[in-house]
Design a protein around this ligand. Structure first.
Ligand code: 13P
Ligand code: ZN
Length: 273
């Protein structure tokens, strides 16, 4: 491999950042992406690593992420610039053997740092790795229609999940477990990281009130597809509400159960009726 961009991990990461920007989810430096590298990814990329950086404590820790490597977007970096100058806007960090600190081994040049949401990503990686065994991607985006709904719907998992399931027939198949909701909190710290990871123990996505969405997935397609599906369902819900009709017809709970039955998925009954 001539350079690190030849690896599927790095090229897929850069492509996903561009796709998110094209969707309008990443104004300025909004949103962030992390990817837990596989042993094959590390083997391919390690010739380009330089492990001279300082260890930085994260304020959170995870036993099941000791010695892992993560691709991460940089804090304050604009998604629209990632394709053009990846080495300044994204990077790879190594986690120490206590699972509580990172150091840069590639990229994030000229003093850049991992996303300020790295503690949230890290805790979410930890719980999704335990819950699924295969999760590698955590993605945070400023999805406008989801954010708009956090000004309208009661801020709880049942109301959001049901509204999204009812907004597009594919939704119960794509996220049968549902989505969780984190009340408004100051972003970027250990508190919001812990609240989000509590939700992610059982659900693949969490909505941050008046802020955005966190999604997880085994690969870039799954995490991006989940974000896209949730945001599009929210857009349909907002469009329907914006007609101003006093009564909206919708997919019934029994319709949702029928979809689940035919597609062989189990819906989280706690979010119905
Ligand atoms: P970063 O630029 O540090 O990734 O922060 C962006 C963001 O969306 C914070 O929630
Ligand atoms: Zn954000």
């Amino acid at each position: 491999m001539k350079n690190i961009y030849g690896s599927k991990a790095v090229s897929g990461f850069i492509r996903m950042c561009g796709d998110g920007f094209a969707q309008g989810w990443h104004e300025r430096n909004g949103g962030n992406l992390t990817y837990r590298m596989s042993p094959e990814d590390i083997k391919l990329c390690c010739d380009f690593f330089d492990a001279g950086g300082e260890w930085v404590n994260m304020g959170v820790s995870a036993d099941n992420l000791k010695n892992e490597y993560f691709l991460t977007t940089g804090s304050g970096k604009y998604f629209r610039n990632i394709k053009v100058e990846p080495f300044e806007n994204i990077g790879i960090v190594e986690i120490n053997e206590r699972g509580d600190s990172w150091r840069i081994v590639w990229g994030l040049e000229n003093g850049a740092k991992p996303t300020s949401e790295f503690p949230s990503h890290f805790m979410n990686h930890s719980v999704r790795k335990s819950a699924t065994g295969v999760n590698r991607v955590i993605y945070h985006a400023h999805t406008p229609n989801v954010i708009a709904l956090t000004y309208v719907l009661p801020l709880n998992a049942k109301n959001f999940t049901r509204a999204l399931w009812q907004s597009a027939t594919e939704c119960p198949v794509v996220f049968p477990d549902g989505v969780g909701v984190v009340p408004w909190m100051v972003p970027g710290g250990a508190e919001i990281a812990k609240a989000t990871s509590e939700i992610m123990k059982s659900l693949p996505a969490a909505i941050w009130a008046h802020h955005g969405t966190f999604c997880s997935g085994a690969d870039f397609d799954e995490a991006f597809g989940l974000m896209h599906t949730i945001e599009k369902a929210a857009e349909i819900y907002v469009l329907a509400l914006s007609t101003g009709r006093p009564f909206l017809q919708t997919i019934t709970d029994d319709n949702l159960r029928a979809i689940a039955f035919d597609f062989g998925v189990t819906l989280n009954e706690a979010f119905l009726g």
